[in-house]
Design a protein around this ligand. Structure first.
Ligand code: TYD
Ligand code: MG
Length: 448
């Protein structure tokens, strides 16, 4: 017998009884019904001997199906080397960032070499709109089967009939199951739909790619609520006004979460960015105060990025600290160390920091460049031309080496940066001008 539970659309609170007002968040008329199968009677463990049997670990089949490689290098790398059969991948991002474009291009690439088919379920756009996009992208799309449908109950039959090698659903908020109450996009539907799709991926042993919109408040019915359900969560990010798009793994059961993929959105759709650093550094012909170049490590790949800082007198009261692309706690730490250990007086000043290209930095190797950018802006003095700073900053003002030092230095040198500043150790021999610095003060002396 199926059980019924009630889930609040606003906060995701889950109860056995219906309430007019959610007991957790106080929202009115937000409880939607979801049906939950009775795990006890349907469980193979209950169906008697033979239905389910534990296997000695040594006898478990360790061979897995080869991954499905899309041929879009940046996409495959972020996935950890292609799509895994039976897995569910969520591509989350703001509306308009390019999720549908990425999926359609991936669908095309998947079908092109192998002759296999991709089933593209669209609840958001009509089949005609998908066709128009494909035309715009110059994709023939013979092997892409489009299903424009919002009620997806019978999807398993469609899949069985057409045997695609991959299923895409655009988007999880635009489709629903008729057995579940609530409109598409409500938390009850989003959860039920995700469970259904993940179940299909497993039983049919196919990779599923599902798009999900990030809602403004990061609402419960958005991708956040699904992150723990799916196998892989990729965030697709970028400023609408700019061409650069970043595909980042937030969770990946089958690969590293440090990898990012870079694309440029243009008239012909998404193009892989082959040499990311060129795209990220922009014009550096004129030295400017407040700019420093970091050699960050993104997964296994070194990535040179420009960090920008602006230190300005506070307009009123205590200074504001605004950071785009760098974790607030890291910025606070670096600013505190600058003040206390390197004599840079920030006082009540407003401090703004950002990363070029709308990138997010998540590892500490960029600390030193951040500190130098802030120091440079404070003194209104540009840093030495063609210099890259690498290192993590500790509370006592020391600069520590980070992983992949050699690779970072090599990449900087490859791109024409002559001076490398930081606790270089044996990597010092790789740079034409190595400026060894083991404290923040030494680094500032070398760079300013
Ligand atoms: P889309 O893939 O529809 O975004 P999402 O599915 O994430 O909502 O892409 C939206 C934007 O991309 C749209 O504003 C137009 C732009 N775009 C291009 O610039 N070039 C192209 O070739 C395509 C297909 C879209
Ligand atoms: Mg879309």
């Amino acid at each position: 017998m199926a059980k019924t539970r009630y889930v609040c659309d606003a906060c995701g609170h889950d109860t056995a009884k219906w309430f007019g007002q959610c007991p957790a968040c106080g929202e009115w008329n937000s409880m939607g019904q979801i049906a939950i199968g009775d795990e006890r009677s349907s469980s193979p463990l209950r169906r008697g001997a033979g239905a389910a049997r534990p296997t000695p670990l040594a006898e478990v089949d360790r061979h897995e199906k080869p991954r499905l490689v899309s041929g879009i290098g940046e996409f495959d790398r972020v996935l950890g080397g292609g799509l895994v059969a039976g897995s569910a991948v969520l591509i989350a991002g703001d509306p308009g960032v390019g999720k549908s474009t990425l999926m359609l291009q991936a669908a095309h690439e998947l079908t092109a070499p192998s002759g296999g088919r991709v089933l593209y379920v669209t609840g958001e756009e009509s089949a005609r709109q998908i066709r128009l996009r494909a035309d715009r992208l110059g994709l023939a799309g013979d092997a892409i089967l489009v299903l424009a449908e919002t009620v997806i109950d019978g999807l398993d039959q469609i899949i069985a009939q057409h045997s695609p090698q991959c299923v895409m659903v655009d988007s999880v908020q635009a489709v629903r199951l008729s057995s579940v109450e609530g409109t598409p996009g409500s938390i009850a539907q989003v959860r039920a739909v995700s469970d259904f799709l993940i179940g299909l991926a497993k039983t049919m042993d196919l990779p599923f790619i599902v798009a999900g919109h990030v809602t403004k408040e990061g609402a419960a019915a958005g991708p956040r609520a699904l992150e723990h359900l799916v196998d892989v969560v990729l965030y697709f990010e970028g400023e609408r006004a700019q061409a650069l798009r970043v595909l980042r793994a937030q969770k990946n059961r089958f690969g590293s979460v440090d990898e990012i993929g870079l694309f440029e959105m243009g008239d012909g759709g998404l193009r892989e960015v082959a040499d990311p650093t060129g795209a990220l550094l922009g014009d550096r012909s004129r030295p400017q105060s407040g700019c420093a170049v970091a050699a960050a490590l993104s997964g296994t790949r070194p990535l040179l990025v420009q960090i920008e800082a602006l230190v300005a007198p506070a307009s009123y009261g205590t200074g504001r600290r605004v950071s785009v692309g760098i974790d607030n706690a890291r910025v606070a730490l670096v600013l505190a160390v600058l003040e206390r250990r390197a004599g840079v007086t920030l006082g009540n000043a407003d401090v703004f920091v950002g990363v070029s290209g709308g990138l997010k930095l998540t590892e500490p190797g960029s600390d030193l460049a951040l500190a130098l950018a802030v120091a440079s802006s404070t003194n209104d003095q540009p840093l030495m031309q063609d210099a890259v700073a690498i290192g993590e900053i500790g509370l006592s003002g020391e600069v520590r080496a980070v992983s992949g030092m050699r690779r970072r230095v090599q990449e900087a040198v490859r791109l024409g940066f002559e001076t490398v500043i930081g606790p270089l150790g044996e990597a010092a021999g790789l740079a034409p001008r190595a400026r060894e610095a083991y404290t923040l003060e030494e680094a500032m002396d070398a760079a300013l």
